[in-house]
Ligand binder design. Structure first.
Ligand code: SAM
Length: 207
């Protein structure tokens, strides 16, 4: 089961979307790294790295062709050909979990791997294992799939099976971050969930 193919450089449905203002997010939250699950053909990666900010870029994709394309395009990105949950477990493993101030872009859905909708597992892992997660920004793509009336971007009838996901309530996706982040929804494109740190710049202190 696959999404329609991702077109490299698409201005919709990725980090290049005007709905996200990525450059502002990176500057406002002093972000030093981006972690992307499901890098596809590198549209988001290319946009993020074109903004002129020094960034370490980590990513994964279960599709070997996607990894090949991205490695060719951005040789210094740190890329793994694996499913998103294994990738995050590895990145966040003790004794030295990944700790840089990060923006997480969760876009790995409906791949070849049997776990077609790993979003809640990804969010739980990041919230539980990332040091200083209260400073990080989390962006989730494709939230139009989450079938729950509490989700402002769920428009009944827009999508058919198998893209409509009703195994978890909307509140379950935001719960791991509710104490540390504020919840925002962007209705544009395929819909984004944006989790922004409650902690202010002054509380974060000098970088
Ligand atoms: C929409 S495309 C990615 C677009 C890319 N994130 C961008 O913004 O330019 C989704 C990608 O996720 C990958 N994918 C889907 N499920 C996955 C999983 N469970 N683990 C890793 N990659 C996955 C697919 O192979 C596909 O390349």
């Amino acid at each position: 089961m696959h999404w329609p193919p991702c077109r490299e450089g698409d201005a919709i449905g990725n980090l290049a979307s005007p709905a996200l203002s990525l450059g502002t997010l990176l500057a406002d939250y002093d972000i030093e790294a981006i972690v992307e699950t499901g890098v596809g053909h590198g549209g988001s990666m290319k946009h993020a790295l074109s903004l002129g900010r020094p960034l370490v870029y980590f990513g994964c994709d279960c599709d070997p062709e996607a990894i090949r394309i991205c490695k060719e395009m951005v040789p210094n990105a740190i890329l793994s050909q694996t499913d998103s949950v294994s990738f995050l477990r590895n990145l966040l493993a003790e004794p030295q979990p990944f700790a840089m101030p990060a923006l997480w872009f969760l876009d790995a859905h409906f791949g070849a791997h049997e776990d077609a909708w790993p979003l809640l597992a990804e969010l739980d892992l990041i919230a539980a294992c990332k040091p200083n997660v209260d400073r990080d920004v989390i962006v989730v793509d494709d939230i139009r799939c989450i079938a729950d009336e509490a989700n402002p971007r769920y428009w009944p009838g827009e999508l058919g099976a198998p893209y409509v996901r009703s195994e978890h309530a909307w509140a379950e996706y935001t719960a791991p971050f509710i104490k540390t982040h504020t919840v925002h929804v962007r209705l544009e494109d395929e819909g984004y969930l944006l989790l922004l740190p409650r902690i202010t710049g002054a509380e974060r202190g000098p970088q």
